[in-house]
Ligand binder design. Structure first.
Ligand code: ATP
Length: 870
């Protein structure tokens, strides 16, 4: 009965989950796991970017019309944009810092004035103030800019790796990020503003690259110069570097951060622009700070931007100290790896249980966390007596020694400054450092992944510098002990050396704090070169470079033994398909043919169907590559494009039971082996398994509009080979056509023709009725969908010749090329599609290095314009 139902119902194309509503911005929100979901709960899949130049006729036409003047203009605009990105990011950083410090300043003024009368009232005001700030942040993020949650670095890393995650570079994400960071950082949560600043820089860069925001009518045609994802990628790289440069006042660190951590492709031309942008940021920030010093910015004075100048004093270290420093590296690796693991665990728990209940739960969660953090930061210092107070440091708000990090407003930067300071040697007892370490580590782990903009640099530095200082104290006590024991037996000279050494250790215990900070960041984020330079830039102390290098190498090696870096873990968790720089080992044994069409088992449950369709009836759409299995009994290869209408309760009862199912069958020379293991009874009774069969979906050169529509509806692929037939009947691949380009053609309709013959056959020329810019899809938003296009029945009966619009030179590899080689090609050229073909039989030429050493008549400018993405 069920089979009849199925067979009768199969009519038109597409799986139910590919019929998602259009990716309207408003319908999208970030889920608990950082995955963007539409209002019906379906996930918005990430798409690849087209970093490859699509050399269709429109592109070639446009290139032919461009003279040298245009090339100069194009390059000039790139530099202008680099300047604007630097200015924009610098100003955004200044705005965030001024706001954070002023909010926090007002909070402390108010709290301290009330505390004089009543501790309890002061405490309540303090908690409420923090709550207000945090609420504003989480409200903005959940209601207005879901993609602004978190640091944004995994998503930006994905973008620069070629994956477009919806919504990450929108105007409202930028606004949400800036306003959200002010609230979350100002409220004293265990997070920092550095990651959000990287995201802010990337958003500014991307918005400039696309000429502003069309959604908010803030765009200008003058800025709409860049037509390809490749150009925008370069700008976003500049934005990331600018973010780090602004956050740490570390311009070189910013450049290296972009190079080491976020980008996947790097060119020397890009290096200069990134360098320039970072330098601009440094100037903007410095100018703003100079202006603010004269009291123009309220509570914002010299603080705010991370710079802990510990260049004063004479940093020296002996060979024997290398061992405790290496120990700091090991501790950093262990604690960093543990941090990554715990955050991974908690984020996945949040996804599966907590955040399923909606935005309200996210808001309550963050507010609760803020209250707990406030209670700890207010209450912990009270547990320790404040006498005797040391001489207050100039420009310091510390009036007595309390556990670090508990100075409220200055919870982050100033606490670290104290930990790094050589002048606060005696202020922290081991007990308060340990208490603080446990508390802050826990808070940082729990705060990570909440729905507010949050960076992990400052929490990392806080944690690391605390245990670094603890290790320093331990080393001092060991030296003291050994000195007392040895004092009686050893020669006097030895004792004198030890005493001098102890005094040195006391003087330079802040070095341990600094090394601890570097080790934790290295152990968690697994950066080396950039982190090393950032640490040197923010501490203004070049002499420490070798020590920081040593500690970073050890902590990275230890961390790598346990898990991946924080950003890679988070990217994987969020479903961002990052291509790492190295292929996996097993790829060496696989060929290109074996690698393509790599499919996952797709399942849909009756409950899913009910949720999606809001009906007791689900519509399932199948194309000619879809097979349906009811576990264990029947198989329905659907060979014609069709639609099945199934009653949900029928799916539930019809899906029968097997505990282990092996299906292996042949389909057009491709073998699909499916293994379904240990399915629980509950799962089986309501699961319909759908397997997509692998077969390349191609277009003929001249294709009927109805077929285009049906194929586009029938699958989600974004690139299709276009085939033609030679006179002797041989099938030729003539190029690659993108879905987005087909949609532009369907929407404009101007290229439709009545004849099923190619235009040359009919004596015509290749028609060029489109500008290349028409094929450019908006940044970080899904373009039009096939369901948006309305075609009459007459339109559907017409044809279109795809030859002028396809990319005639896609990358092609022979089927037996090893998958490692394919991976390297794909990764290094930033490709989106590669065709796998049978071993070609004819050779028409051979290119060597010498063929590529062509005299450059056009000048390097043209190379800049047309260079590939390598
Ligand atoms: P991306 O997702 O990177 O933007 P895409 O959308 O073109 O690119 P997908 O549809 O996501 O690619 O690819 C999923 C799987 O489908 C891959 O295994 C790929 O080999 C296969 N695939 C892609 N395009 C086609 C096609 N035209 N015909 C058949 N299989 C395809």
């Amino acid at each position: 009965m069920l089979s009849n139902h199925l067979q009768n119902g199969i009519e038109t194309a597409k799986l139910v989950w590919s019929r998602l509503p259009n990716a309207e911005e408003d319908a999208v929100e970030l889920d608990e796991f950082g995955v963007l979901r539409r209002s019906d709960g379906t996930s918005v899949e990430s798409e690849s970017l087209d970093y490859e130049v699509i050399e269709n006729y429109a592109y070639r036409e446009e290139q032919a019309q461009r003279g040298k003047l245009y090339v100069g203009y194009y390059i000039g605009v790139k530099w202008l944009f680099s300047l604007l990105i630097g200015i924009g990011t610098g100003l955004a950083a200044v705005l965030i810092n001024i706001s954070v410090e002023n909010f926090a300043g007002w909070k402390y003024e108010l709290t301290f004035s009330i505390i004089q009368k009543s501790y309890l009232a002061g405490f309540i005001v303090y908690v409420l103030f923090n709550l207000l700030l945090v609420f504003s942040s989480v409200y903005i993020v959940t209601r207005f800019a879901p993609a602004a949650a978190g640091s944004g670095i995994p998503e930006i890393k994905g973008y620069l790796n070629g994956v477009d995650t919806h919504g990450i570079l929108l105007f409202r994400t930028l606004i949400g990020k800036i306003l959200g960071s002010i609230g979350s950082v100002g409220s004293g949560l265990a997070l920092g503003k550095e990651g959000p600043l990287v995201h802010t820089g990337a958003c500014i860069a991307s918005l400039l690259g696309q000429g502003g925001s069309t959604n908010y009518h803030l765009s200008s045609r003058w800025f709409q110069v860049f037509k390809s994802d490749r150009d925008r990628r370069d700008l976003v790289t500049c934005g990331c570097a600018a973010g780090v440069a602004a956050a740490f006042r570390a311009p070189v660190g910013g450049v290296l951060f972009a190079l080491e951590e976020v980008t996947s492709w790097w060119r020397s031309q890009l290096m200069w622009r990134v360098f320039f942008t970072s330098a601009v940021v440094a100037v903007v920030v410095r100018t703003a700070m100079g202006w603010c010093k004269s009291g123009n910015c309220g509570h914002f004075g010299s603080g705010g931007f991370i710079i802990w100048d510990i260049s004063d004093g004479q940093e020296d270290y002996s060979f024997s100290e290398l061992l405790p420093m290496a120990v700091i590296g090991v501790i950093g690796g262990l604690l960093g790896a543990l941090f990554n693991q715990l955050t991974l665990f908690i984020t996945s728990w949040r996804r599966n249980y907590l955040h399923k209940k909606g935005n309200r739960v996210k808001i309550i969660e963050v507010c609760l966390l803020s209250m707990i953090t406030s209670v700890i930061s207010f209450g912990l210092p009270l547990l320790r007596s404040c006498s005797p107070c040391p001489e207050p440091e100039p420009n310091s708000d510390i009036d007595c020694p309390r556990p670090p990090g508990m100075y409220g407003n200055y919870v982050n930067d100033d606490a670290i400054r104290n930990l790094f300071s050589a002048k606060t040697v005696h202020e922290f007892s081991a007990q308060s450092l340990l208490t603080f370490l446990v508390m802050f580590y826990t808070l940082a782990v729990v705060t990570f992944g909440t729905a507010v903009p949050a960076g992990q640099f400052v929490p990392g530095i806080m944690i690391g510098s605390t245990y670094g200082r603890l290790v320093g104290m331990f080393v001092v006590s060991m030296y003291k002990k050994s000195n007392i024991e040895e004092g009686t037996s050893k020669v006097a000279s030895m004792t004198i050396v030890s005493v001098i050494h102890i005094s040195l250790l006391f003087r330079f215990m802040h070095l341990y704090a600094l090394l601890g900070a570097a080790s934790f960041l290295g152990g968690s984020m697994r950066m080396t070169v950039s982190l090393c330079v950032i640490m040197v830039e923010i501490t203004n102390n070049l002499k420490l470079l070798p020590l920081i290098m040593l500690v970073l190498l050890i902590s990275k090696a230890v961390g790598d033994a346990f898990n991946e870096g924080l950003y890679e873990e988070q990217a994987r968790l969020r479903g961002i398909p990052l291509l790492e720089s190295r292929p996996k080992n097993q790829m060496r044994k696989m060929t290109a043919k074996e690698g393509c069409g790599n499919r996952k088992l797709e399942t849909i449950t009756a409950r899913d169907a009910e949720r999606h369709m809001h009906l007791n009836e689900a519509h399932f759409y199948f194309d000619n590559h879809t097979c349906i299995f009811f576990p264990g009994c029947l198989r329905y290869p659907v060979c014609n494009v069709g639609k099945a209408t199934l009653k949900v309760h029928q799916i539930a009862s019809g899906a029968l039971i097997v505990s282990l199912l092996y299906c292996c069958f042949m389909f057009e020379h491709h073998i699909l082996l499916v293994m379904v293991h240990s399915i629980t009874l509950q799962h089986l009774t309501d699961t319909l398994l759908i397997f997509n069969m692998w077969k390349v979906v191609c277009f003929p050169r001249v294709v009927k509009i109805a077929d285009v529509v049906s194929i586009l509806r029938g699958n989600k692929h974004n690139g299709f080979p276009v085939i033609d037939h030679s006179r002797n009947g041989e099938t030729l691949v003539i190029g690659l056509i993108l879905r987005s380009h087909l949609l532009v053609l369907l929407q404009s309709k101007v290229d439709f023709q009545h004849s099923p013959l190619p235009c040359e056959t009919r004596g015509g020329h290749m028609p060029i009725r489109h500008n290349f810019s028409e094929f450019v899809k908006p940044v970080s938003t899904k373009g039009i969908s096939i369901n948006d296009i309305h075609l009459s029945s007459d339109d559907l009966e017409m044809y279109i010749d795809l030859a002028p619009f396809l990319n005639p030179s896609p990358y092609i590899v022979p089927e037996d090329m090893s998958l490692t080689k394919v991976y390297n090609l794909f990764r290094q050229l930033g490709l989106r599609h590669i065709f796998v073909v049978p071993r070609p039989s004819h050779v028409i030429g051979l290119i060597t290095r010498k063929d590529l050493l062509i005299e450059d008549n056009e000048g390097s400018a043209a190379i800049e314009l047309q260079s590939t993405s390598v």
